[in-house]
Design a protein around this ligand. Sequence first.
Ligand code: ADP
Length: 437
Amino acid sequence: MLNPWASEIWRLFLLVILTLLVGIFTGKLLWVALLATMGYLIWHLVNLVRLEKWLRKGGGSTPPIGNGVWGELYYHIYRMRTRNRKSKRRLADVISRFKESTSALPDAAVVLRASGEIEWFNGAAASYLGLNAPEDIGQRVINLLRNPAFADFLTEGDFQHSLEMPSPVDEAMILEINMVPYGGKYQNLMIARDVTRIKNLENMRKDFVANVSHELRTPLTVLTGTLETISDADDNDTLEKWRRSLGHMQQHNLRMLNIVDDLLMISRLESDDNPHEHYPIPLAAMFSTIYDEAMVLSDKRHDIRLNVAPAISSICLKGDEKELHSAFSNLVANAIRYSPAGGLIEIRCDLNDTAFVFCVKDSGIGIAPHHIQRLTERFYRVDTGRSRIVGGTGLGLAIVKHVLDRYGAHLKITSQVGKGSEFCCYFPAMLITTGTQ
Ligand code: ADP
């Protein structure tokens, strides 16, 4: 292809020669030269107007046809625009794919400019951070998330570490904020993750270890002291004292054993999330055993009644007999422990369309409403002293909850201080079977 500038110079050269010839021939060289220059300028002007018109329309259509250097200019501009449009489309695709994938993220994602204005955020950001589209777009994030720790985090700009703060939507929700600079530090991607469950688990684990040590320390101290007393004794006259000390030792030893047994039960339940062996357990027989045990524990101090619906006598519950027995008898034992002598305790089993229900109702000391939600936590006791006196370990209801969770069952507690409590377990009806197979 001929160099456009060469053809343009040729064009100019021919125009000059033609002007000279016509000028000399007519004897009016100056006028002819002026006319030729004007013609040349008008030609350029026309091309310029065409270019401007084409660009004003967006330059999308095919470019105007031009000669020489103008044709070449139109072609280059057209190619540049086509290339730009393609890469723009590719970029838009990438952005929409990014938006789609981040919208599906369970974590909140917010794109921030370097100055801290919000450019974009996903759906989770609305529920975790309370951001609203479109009014919050363009707002400075520091003005919307008003938390001093968050403000310091942004000002310090040390994004190597994350920040933990409560969600502005729900104080009980703990968020872990991570800031990822990108685009040459001109933009930041802010990720907020709900870590409430992890935090609670962490706290529970810490409390648990502390409680275990605390619970085991007193009995161990008593045992150590008593053993020291025995080993220091140098005459036989202390026999009476020994007997008392040995009694203490036995009592505390038993408590320790109970705690350890309950802890072992919990860790067994925890280490094995799903009960493997589901055998049909004849309910009538199990409740009759539980009733007999309750009578022994109460030692005739309470009026204990067993009220089993007729339908129960012929059905079985599919599960692990040992753990279900442990859950039910824990509830009955609590009713006996926390009811004064002469109290009424009612054990009730019923069956309806959706559930098998086991309830233990007592006329005991009752529980204040603010304790109820925490009763199934390990070592949570309304009155630690009283629980110890009656031989409680603080783990009974934690075991009940663990067992019920394994069967998709749930516990409902209703209570009134001074009047009594009712603990009801609801098992899905699908666990009920009529046969023993
Ligand atoms: P504990 O071994 O101390 O009884 P649990 O986990 O079985 O531990 O129960 C936790 C706490 O719940 C008890 O310490 C007691 O304060 C309260 N509680 C449980 N059952 C009853 C009840 N039937 N009546 C009153 N309080 C109860």
